[in-house]
Every structure is written in structure tokens, then in C-alpha cells.
Design a protein around this ligand. Structure first.
Ligand code: SAH
Ligand code: MG
Length: 185
């Protein structure tokens, strides 16, 4: 459909799905839909009655994703919401759409800290926040690299490292997948 090839890999999709299943996730929030590839991996982890909301800024990506989700049988289970994710996250917060069991962050890197802070409010205590691309092909560890996305991801990693409300692990699968569990106390 002419989309950029920036979805998670199949092994990462499987890993996300397994995480959601182990976690027993019934409600999932995704930030960054693209064509719905990771969305479908996650939707397939849901038990009967489960639900998923995925946020996407680009109406063309959202249209492709809706078509793919419908074809995969998730038209009524997974909803695509179009808009800037910082705005749609605010909407979800105002609507009291949470709490979510599982949040997957995979959109524009410069807003990762903002997405994470919103996700912490929307996820239940004990809930899991997962963020993709946190190694950025290793560039986060290259002090010479000052590209905006690299700087943003480095800042994101430091922000989480300093955060006392989560248990944290950066798993070197795919482009780096950070797991953050919101503490219960
Ligand atoms: N999770 C998908 C890949 C997402 S790619 C998968 O693995 O299959 C990142 C997506 O984030 C793109 O579709 C892009 O349009 C979207 N995006 C970029 N900036 C955004 C913003 N500010 N708000 C919401 N979505 C955004
Ligand atoms: Mg990604």
C-alpha cells in the first residue's frame, strides 16, 4: 500500500504477542499504527471480550490499518483513532477510557517521553508499557550521533532509568524493546 517498511519484525511481533498473553492483557493501547501489523499481533493476544485502541496521525495509514484489521477479523475489537497522539491520548484520558493493561509505544520518537508520561496515567498499577526502537540501531550508544531522533531516544532511555515508578528492562530484540512495569506501590 506504499507504506514505509518500518513495522516491527515478525519475531518482535511474536514477542509482543507472547508478552501480552503472559501478562493476561484484556485492554491494549497502541501509539503508532502504520498498517496495523503490530496491532494484529497484539489483537490476537486478546481473550474474548478484550479490546484495543490504536492511535495514528496519518489518515492514509489509518485507512490501510482499518482494512487489514477488518480482514483479520478485528473490526469490532480494535479501533483506530486518527490524530496527533498527544491529543488523542488527552482525549482518552478525558473520556476515562483506561485503565489499560498494556501500552505499546511506536510512533514519532521526539514525543516518546510525552507518550510515556500519558501512558503511565492510562495504564493500571502492575500494567506494562512497551516502547520500540530504544536502541535505534545502536545509535543511542554513539556519543557522536546528535540526530534529533537519536537524542530523543537517548533522553527517553535516561528518563525511564531515573523513573522510580516503574520496573525496567531494555530487551535487545529487533531495534530494542523497552519493558516498563508500573509499580503497584
Ligand atoms: N506499530 C507499527 C509501526 C508504526 S510506524 C507496526 O509495528 O506495525 C510509526 C507510525 O506512527 C506511523 O504510521 C506514523 O504515521 C505514526 N505517527 C507519527 N507521528 C505521530 C503522531 N504525532 N501521532 C500519532 N501517530 C504518529
Ligand atoms: Mg518501531
Amino acid at each position: 500500500a506504499g507504506l514505509p517498511a518500518i513495522s516491527v519484525s515478525a519475531p518482535q511481533g511474536k514477542f509482543l504477542q507472547l508478552l501480552a498473553r503472559i501478562h493476561g492483557a484484556r485492554s491494549i493501547l497502541e501509539i503508532g499504527t502504520l498498517g496495523g501489523y503490530s496491532t494484529i499481533w497484539l489483537a490476537r493476544a486478546l481473550p474474548p471480550g478484550g479490546r484495543l485502541i490504536t492511535l495514528e496521525i496519518d489518515p492514509k495509514h489509518a485507512a490501510v490499518a482499518r482494512e487489514n484489521l477488518a480482514r483479520a477479523g478485528f473490526a469490532n475489537i480494535a479501533r483506530v483513532r486518527v490524530g496527533r497522539a498527544l491529543d488523542t491520548l488527552e482525549e482518552l484520558y478525558q473520556e476515562a477510557a483506561g485503565p489499560f493493561d498494556f501500552v505499546f509505544i511506536d510512533a514519532d520518537k521526539e514525543n516518546y517521553v510525552g507518550y510515556f508520561e500519558r501512558a503511565l496515567e492510562l495504564v493500571r498499577p502492575g500494567g506494562l508499557i512497551v516502547a520500540d526502537n530504544t536502541l535505534w540501531s545502536g545509535r543511542v550508544a554513539d556519543p557522536e550521533n546528535a540526530e534529533p531522533d537519536t537524542v530523543a531516544l537517548r533522553h527517553f532511555n535516561e528518563h525511564l532509568h531515573r523513573n522510580g515508578r516503574i520496573d525496567l528492562s531494555l530487551v535487545p530484540i529487533g531495534d530494542g524493546l523497552t519493558l516498563a512495569r508500573k509499580r503497584t506501590s
